[in-house]
Design a protein around this ligand. Structure first.
Ligand code: ZN
Length: 84
């Protein structure tokens, strides 16, 4: 039987991608952190992470109502993990 890949949506560009290719983050105490396994989470795609655009930060921080700084820290860390 064929296994179906879970599809999730990137919070920034709203593109749907296989869950495996997306990065899972969560909001905790008003800041963005890596998903700990508990609580509400959201996904962001590799492309958005690599972009590093001010617009993207603004968009996400507006959607999530989080500090832009915490988002930048997390995205920077994720970017260093993304291998092209
Ligand atoms: Zn995206």
């Amino acid at each position: 039987m064929e296994k179906r890949t879970p599809i999730r949506m990137c919070i920034a560009c709203r593109r749907r991608e296989p869950q495996k290719t997306l990065f899972r983050l969560q909001k905790k105490d008003g800041a963005v952190v890596k998903y700990s396994g508990v609580g509400r989470s959201f996904y962001i795609c590799k492309e958005c992470i690599v972009k590093e655009e001010e617009k993207l930060f603004k968009k996400i921080s507006k959607i999530l109502k989080v500090e832009k700084n915490s988002l930048e820290v997390v995205l920077k860390e994720l970017r260093s993990n993304v291998k092209n």
